[in-house]
Design a binder for this molecule. Structure first.
Ligand code: F0G
Length: 440
């Protein structure tokens, strides 16, 4: 691993504009000790100009140095929080493709769409971008144990990076509400896995208490270094487009860490001169777990959590998203919008993404479902340049897929999902004539 000492000054800053208390970058903080708001990483202005930076990022694609091969650390000037890159453990995260999908564009009411597919990451989701940074900071701080609560993807990602870094991983999962593929990953990567009889929001509160009491480093998305890593998703997307800014970036919203990271990354890219304008961010939530949508829609002053969030898209089954203040800031900064979609809309959009030969997990498909709604409503124009972020791999929730295609999928509450684009396997006898007759 190449080791270099960053020169830019980094610190932690309270996110609340009325407080902005500043702390050493090495403090273990998830909330401001003065006012309780979220914390973010902040840096002195860059010394390199935009053309130099763009050139450096591009040159690194030809390098075999692990730090350059990483689709996160390739953009390290944009999050210079480490004092020594020897702390980095990389599994070749990022490097995810931008995929054109004409059939999905048609379904979504667009001329064109490109999917930035984070499911191509080493553990199958965008969490790897954030975890690469979170675990590097854990190592730098000398942490022996890291923990997270997760509906699946965060746990698989943290387990893998902690294992690679030689740190013990503690995973807290909502009992009965996890994807078995993801649990399998966590077990395989050697994480200590606890299934708690509570929902995501309740377990997050529990884990915060335990982290404080036992000195465990928390790697959920209120960890500011997770957010730093997830900024690279936008940087890589812009790099792949030769820094041409799309009109819209559409993503699913759960705990709202990702939209916070995207907005911060985009604003900082603009401040560095890498781009000349901001795309509009569109966050899509599942109807039964849409507190952010309701908050924006109602214009209320108080954020109201959904007490019993429901959706088959387990990754976004979150009723009390911790990062909503940051997310609100990014929606305002980018003139963004928030939409919600039904279980049926998610399921059908997911099948269409599958028909493109791409595939994704249910939460990711909320993007295309939301786009279809927003083009119909005239919020997004047919000719708009749209990038939708598919956050997770098609192999998550494979029972969901099977049930959809066989007409057995039911939304929470027991409402049947219609397999509009269903595709079933057929049992045939071991008889060439009969099969040939069937296939024509
Ligand atoms: N998409 C996928 C595939 C996810 O796994 C998640 C979050 C989200 C979207 C929502 O992102 O929280 O940043 O708004 N999954 C978490 C987990 C909850 O435990 O893996 P967000």
């Amino acid at each position: 691993m190449t080791t270099a000492t960053p020169t830019t000054v980094a610190e932690l800053v309270c996110f609340n504009p009325a407080c902005r208390a500043r702390f050493e970058i090495t403090e273990v903080l998830y909330n401001c000790p003065k006012c309780g708001s979220l914390i973010e990483a902040s840096y002195a202005p860059l010394t390199e100009d935009a053309a130099t930076l763009r050139g450096t990022f591009r040159e690194r694609r030809m390098s075999n140095a692990p730090l350059d091969v990483s689709g996160v650390w390739r953009y390290r000037e944009m999050f210079p929080f480490l004092n020594d890159y020897a702390h980095v453990v990389t599994l070749r995260e990022g490097n995810t493709p931008l995929l054109e999908a004409p059939q999905a564009a048609e379904y979504g009411g667009l001329d064109r769409i490109a999917f930035k597919h984070q499911g191509y990451n080493p553990t199958g989701s965008f969490k790897d971008n954030g975890m690469a940074c979170g675990v590097a900071q854990a190592r730098r701080l000398g942490m022996k144990r890291v923990a997270c609560v997760s509906t699946g993807n965060t746990s698989a990602s943290m387990a893998a990076y902690a294992a690679a870094a030689g740190i013990e991983a503690l995973i807290f999962l909502p009992h009965g509400n996890i994807s078995f593929g993801k649990l399998a990953q966590a077990l395989e990567y050697g994480a200590r896995t606890l299934e708690v009889e509570a929902n995501f929001d309740q377990i997050l509160a529990l884990v915060r208490v335990l982290a404080d009491r036992l000195g465990i480093y928390l790697l959920n998305s209120m960890n500011p270094f997770r957010v730093e890593g997830q900024k690279s998703i936008m940087l890589e997307m812009l790099d792949q487009r030769d820094w041409q800014v799309p009109d819209w970036v559409v993503l699913p919203g759960g705990n709202l860490g990702n939209v916070s990271a995207f907005g911060k990354g985009l604003r900082e890219a603009k401040a560095a001169g890498l781009i000349d304008k901001l795309p509009r961010l569109a966050v899509v939530q599942a109807e039964g777990s849409a507190p952010f949508y309701e908050f924006i829609q109602s214009g209320a002053k108080e954020f109201r959590a959904v007490e019993k969030p429901e959706t088959l898209a387990t990754a976004i089954r979150i009723g009390d998203p911790v990062s909503w203040p940051k997310a609100l800031n990014e929606i305002r900064a980018t003139l963004g919008v928030v939409e919600k979609v039904t279980e049926q809309e998610i399921a059908d959009a997911k099948a269409i993404i599958g028909r493109c030969g791409i595939g994704c997990e249910p939460a990711s498909a909320a993007t295309l479902a939301g786009i279809r709604k927003m083009t119909a409503a005239g919020v997004i124009e047919r000719g708009a340049d749209v990038v939708a972020v598919l956050t997770g791999n098609v192999l998550k929730d494979s029972d969901y897929i099977y049930k959809y295609h066989t007409g057995k999928l039911e939304a929470p509450g027991g409402v049947k999902i219609t397999p509009t684009f269903g595709n079933q396997s057929v049992v045939v006898p071991n008889d060439a004539d009969k099969i040939a007759g069937m296939l024509g």
